[in-house]
Design a protein around this ligand. Structure first.
Ligand SMILES: Nc1ncnc2c1ncn2[C@@H]1O[C@H](COP(=O)(O)OP(=O)(O)O)[C@@H](O)[C@H]1O
Ligand SMILES: [Mg+2]
Length: 248
């Protein structure tokens, strides 16, 4: 089966001083795929996500989204093109409610942020309630983000990305900072939301149980590029991966 490519990263390079965080990194992501990115700390996983979502500009190379060159566009432009992103440390408005966080994410993309238009009357409110239902946060819609546990804050951050209806989402360690038992619960909800919206996903993950359960493809990062790529059951028993990724 051949699926169309939603994203192609070609020969990305970016160095910080002497460190090549992206060193000729290339990766293709097919429409509908759920890809896990694994690899040791400092391998360049976050740098790759940052380049694809506009938070860093590569020194050379290109990122094509649905065939269009988006290299070096600003994060907001890339969000508008249809790529979402969640963060290892949730980027929330901690003193606002969950619903307000979603509406602010939407307003930020629309670029018509007007503090005088009250959020209670935002036209996307109904749509956001639907999203909160899908992502299991409907009961805390009016709670202040700061008061909620880390697992829920991770979900809010992901919901903020999904609020923009991306066709592709990058999630940087969606289950970091939560207990092992919570990881599966979070990923079950996330995957259900992805399926609901037919969103292609790439997620950085350190927990191999999460990888094998939720990814249909795995890319192994080392020294700024991909060293292995394939189906989870093959990649996770590869001797190189066992020694250098899972062993560490
Ligand atoms: N803004 C930055 N300034 C300097 N060095 C950085 C910066 N971002 C990342 N690096 C370096 O680039 C390498 C890759 O980092 P990163 O992409 O965060 O790796 P990973 O997410 O795989 O742990 C590391 O050596 C890191 O120290
Ligand atoms: Mg990282």
């Amino acid at each position: 089966m051949t699926r169309t490519l939603i994203l192609q990263a070609r020969n990305l390079r970016l160095s910080f001083g002497g460190v090549a965080a992206a060193d000729d990194a290339s990766l293709s992501i097919a429409n509908g795929q759920r890809m896990a990115i694994i690899g040791p700390n400092g391998a360049g996983k976050t740098t790759f996500v940052n380049i694809c979502t506009g938070y860093l500009k590569p020194q050379s190379g290109a990122v094509l989204f649905e065939g269009r060159d988006i290299t070096g566009l600003a994060p907001r432009r890339i969000a508008r093109e249809g790529i979402g992103r969640s963060f290892q440390l949730p980027q929330l408005f901690l003193d606002n409610t969950v619903m307000e966080n979603l509406l602010m994410a939407v307003a930020a993309r629309e670029g018509i942020w007007n503090p005088w238009v009250r959020l209670e009357r935002h036209p996307k409110r109904g749509e956001m309630f639907e999203l909160l239902e899908v992502i299991g946060l409907i009961d805390v819609a009016h709670r202040i983000a700061r008061e909620l546990p880390e697992g829920m804050r991770k979900l809010i951050d992901i919901a903020m990305a999904l609020a923009l209806k991306p066709r592709l989402i990058f999630m940087d360690e969606p289950t970091s900072g939560v207990s092992t038992t919570e990881k599966f619960a979070i990923m079950d909800i996330v995957v259900r939301a992805l399926q609901h919206n037919a969103t292609t996903a790439v997620f950085v993950e350190h927990d191999m149980d999460v990888v094998s359960r939720y990814a249909d493809k795995v890319a192994v990062w080392s020294d700024g590029r991909i060293s292995r790529e394939g189906a989870p059951d093959e990649v996770l028993k590869d001797p190189y991966v066992l020694e250098n990724v899972i062993g560490v």
